[in-house]
Ligand binder design. Sequence first.
Ligand code: PLP
Length: 415
Amino acid sequence: MNPFVYRDNLLHAEKVSCAELAEAYGTPCYVYSKAAIQDRYHAFADALQGWPTKICYSVKANSSLAVLNLLAQLGAGFDIVSAGELERVVRAGGDAGKIVFSGVAKRADEIRRALLAGIYCFNIESRAELERMESIAREMDIPANVSLRVNPDVDPNTHPYISTGLKENKFGVSIEQARELYRQVADSRYLHATGVDCHIGSQLLDLAPFQFCFEKIFELVDWLDEQGVRLQHVDVGGGLGIPYAHADQVPDPVQYARVIAPFMQGRQLELVVEPGRAIVGNAGLLLCRVEYLKNSAGRNFALVDAAMNDFLRPSLYSAWHQISAVHREDGDEVLYDVAGPVCESADLLGCQRSLCIREGSLLAIHDAGAYGFVMASNYNSRMRPAEVLVDGEQAWLVRKRESIEQLFADEVIPD
Ligand SMILES: *Cc1c(COP(=O)(O)O)cnc(C)c1O
C-alpha cells in the first residue's frame, strides 16, 4: 500500500492533507503512516507464518517511541545495537524477552543492563566480546543466551557503506572461527549457544546474496548439530531492500520467504528476522518548504528549510529519494537541484528534479521513514525536526520540534 496519494492535486498522508500537517506542525517535519507500518509488518508475519518466527524489528531504522510502541502492539521483537535502544524499547512497552542485541563494540555496562533486562539473545561479533560476555555473566551470576554473528564473506551488491558481510568488514566472525567459539561456549556454564546469526548488508535488491549466505549458515547449523550443539534459532538478519524510485524492482517478503523455505524444511528451529528499512522505509516522508529559488551559472536551485542534518541519506550514501510538490499544479516544470541551508556543498537533497514550484511551496521527500530522523543531528545548530504519526484522519505529534533551549541545555561556560 502507498499511504501517500494525491487527492484533488494535494498530497495526503492517509486521510490528512500534507499542507494541513505543515500548517499545524511546521517544517521540516517527518510524517509516518500507521497503516503502512502495520501493513508491512503483517506482510512479513504472513510470509513467514510457516515457521515459529520472531520478527525483531531493527530499532536503528526508526526508533521513535510511537513507532516502537506500534510494533510492540503488533507483537514484534526488536534488534538493538545500544543501551539507548534497549531503554527505548522498554519505554515503548516492548517485550525484553524478544530482544536480540547486535553490534561490534558493546560496552560492559550495556551488556550488564541487557542481562538484567532479560533479553532473549546476545549476537556476539568477536572472541574478545565472547570472553567479556562470559566474565560479566559469571560475575552477575546470570547465564546469557548467545548467538555468533557469522560473516559469510558475501558481496550483497549494495552501497559499500551498507554492506556488512564481506570478510574485510568489521562485522561478525568467519565460519571457521565460529566453529571454535561454539566449542568455547559449550565449555562455559554461563553461556548458552541459543542460535547463529548473520546480517550481510542493507537495501539488498537481489535475493542471490541471501541464498548464498543461508547456505553457509545452515551448513554451520548442521555441523554444530553433528557436534551435539543443538541450536534453538537461526537469525537471518535484515537487509531486504525497498523501492525508492517507481521503476525499482524489489523482492517482497513472500519471495524472501521462498528463499528461506528450503533451509527451514523439516527443522526444529525458530526463525529470527531483523528487518528495519523494509518495515518503515516507505511509510514515511519528510515535509519541507521552499525558502528561495535561485539561478546560479545556469543551474536552478530550490533552497529548502530541510537539510543534511535533518536527512543525511542523500549526502552520506548519494541516496536517491523522490521529491514532489505537495500541491500539484499545471504549469511549466523546471529542473532544480534541491538543497538545504547547511554550509556544505554535500547538502543536496536531490539533483535535477523536474518541479513546478515557487517560493513558499511545500515539498515532500519520499521514502524517508528509515534512516531518516534517527540520523538527524544539530549541525549548524539546527533544531531537529518534528515527527508526526498519521492514523486515518488523525495526526499525532509524536515528537515536538526541538527548541533553542534544548539545543544548549547541557552546556556550561567556565567562569
Ligand atoms: C541495520 C541492521 C539491521 C536492519 O537492516 P535493514 O537493512 O534496515 O533491514 C538488521 N540487523 C543488523 C545487525 C543491523 O545492523
